[in-house]
Design a protein around this ligand. Structure first.
Ligand code: MN
Length: 236
């Protein structure tokens, strides 16, 4: 079947630029496709949000890929919220994709790891939850996903243990560890690949440990995962 358009046809408006992330130790860029997020993947965070850390399957939401804030950029405090929270999370960057990926094969699809922040307008999220409405405005707002450089598996392997921390103005606010994740990266990829066909360039934020809290303009957030990456983000 002939497609109704061709790559040679001009655009009527300029196409949006592709979101990219730097890859540590190289001059090359990682081209981002989609950004998936896992909810409630650390028991202590599920409890602090008022949920049982049961063994239900993982659940997912998305942020637009152009909501990514590149390393070195400041986080602009968003409108329409008085309660913007940080959530420090491990980032998986897929180099290959597929459908119905098995846990045994899943790690082979990870090209790199990083650390990211799932910034959340908590007041809008609470209102959405109470009305059974979607989380898009709470989770997917502009600049809502600050990300570190990506560190290739060829350099760091597949870290399964290590402290996950978030400091604000030098004070420790979130403290967890990769080994506390309920669903491990291979489980997350297996589940997600049943819901969506995964592709090279997809990023996955894997959930946050306990201790989430609010930031203010002028704060400085420092996200760290031992053995993976560090990220400093000023709030403006
Ligand atoms: Mn999160």
């Amino acid at each position: 079947m002939t497609p109704p358009h061709s790559a040679e046809m001009p655009y009527v408006i300029p196409p949006a630029p592709r979101t990219t992330l730097p890859v540590a130790g190289t001059d090359a860029l990682f081209p981002v496709r989609r950004l998936y997020c896992v909810g409630r993947n650390y028991a202590a965070h599920a409890i602090e949000m008022g949920h049982d850390p049961d063994q239900e399957p993982p659940f997912f939401f998305q942020k637009p890929s152009d909501a990514i804030l590149c390393p070195g950029q400041a986080f602009p405090y968003p409108q329409l919220s008085q309660d913007v929270h940080f959530e420090v999370e491990q980032v998986l960057a897929l180099g290959t994709g597929g459908q119905n990926i098995t846990p045994a094969d899943a790690l082979d699809h990870i090209f790199a790891y990083g650390v990211g922040l799932d910034m959340t307008r908590r007041d809008l999220q609470s209102a959405a939850k109470s009305k059974g409405r979607p989380w898009s405005a709470a989770k997917g707002f502009d600049h809502s996903a600050p990300m570190s450089e990506l560190h290739p598996v060829s350099d760091i392997g597949h870290p399964t243990q290590g402290a996950v921390t978030l400091h604000v103005n030098g004070e420790l606010r979130q403290s967890g560890a990769l080994e506390q994740m309920i669903w491990k990266p291979q489980d997350i990829i297996a589940h997600l690949s049943q819901l969506f066909t995964l592709h090279p360039g997809d990023l996955i934020l894997t959930g946050t440990p306990a201790g989430v809290g609010a930031i203010q303009r002028g704060d400085q957030m420092q996200a760290h995962i031992a053995g993976i990456a560090h990220l400093t983000v000023p709030v403006i």
